[in-house]
Design a protein around this ligand. Structure first.
Ligand SMILES: *Cc1c(COP(=O)(O)O)cnc(C)c1O
Length: 213
């Protein structure tokens, strides 16, 4: 497996799209989504220059995300409260905090181990998505969790596959402005170009790097 070409090609296109949106090249992070990819593919993709990788399932990451070269790891799946401790131990960033309960569990786990854990509030901008807090409720959740010591560094959202994607992305950007932080995690293989136009600082890309799952 050699992902040098696909990572370099995507980086080039992301930088071109950033410039087109009057943003600096390099200002958008590419998060490689490694779900259902073997550990060798993860290692090859990091060697190809990915600085950030993400997984949806704790169980999958447990075997894949150990002993990797230096890379930031992101949890992008639903956070079950009883798994919060293990998630906080294995990942650097949890992008999918959408309830007070799971956020509190992550805060407690990070504090207990002295781990520097960053988190994003996941908002729901698509009728097809099960998870994510209503955007209007995100600032209050962020405030409460920051009071509890959890470092909330922005917003994550999964775009709608159909309907008005631009309106949904604009809502995500407006919510990010109200929540604050440094990361708007928005855009996947099929919609990252528009996400960058709306201010995404991190795109989560699986198939466009690794091929179909
Ligand atoms: C699978 C997944 C992605 C990547 O999807 P692709 O279409 O393969 O790029 C991004 N974000 C989340 C939350 C995912 O579950």
């Amino acid at each position: 497996m050699d992902f040098t070409a696909s990572v370099a090609n995507l980086r080039e296109r992301v930088d071109a799209q950033s410039i087109a949106a009057q943003r600096a090249p390099g200002s958008v992070t590419i998060l490689g989504v490694t779900k259902m990819q073997p550990r060798e593919a993860v290692i090859a993709a990091v060697a190809a220059g990915l600085t950030d990788i993400g997984e949806n399932y704790l169980q999958e990451a447990r075997t894949k995300y150990v002993g990797l070269p230096a890379v930031r790891t992101h949890f992008i799946g639903h956070v079950q409260t009883n798994k919060a401790k293990a998630i906080a131990a294995l990942f650097d960033v949890v992008q999918s905090v959408d309830r007070l309960e799971s956020g509190l569990a992550l805060a407690k786990a990070a504090q207990a181990t002295g781990k520097f854990l960053r988190a994003l509030v996941q908002i729901n901008i698509s009728p097809a998505e099960r998870f994510g807090i209503p955007p209007a409720e995100a600032p209050a959740l962020a405030r409460r969790l920051r009071d509890e010591g959890l470092l909330i560094d922005g917003v994550m959202a999964i775009g709608p596959l159909t309907g008005n994607v631009d309106a949904a992305f604009a809502l995500a950007a407006a919510t990010f402005a109200n929540v604050g932080g440094s990361t708007l995690s928005l855009g996947m293989s099929g919609d990252w170009e528009r996400a960058i136009a709306h201010g995404s600082t991190m795109i989560r890309v699986g198939t466009a790097i690794f091929g179909p799952r």
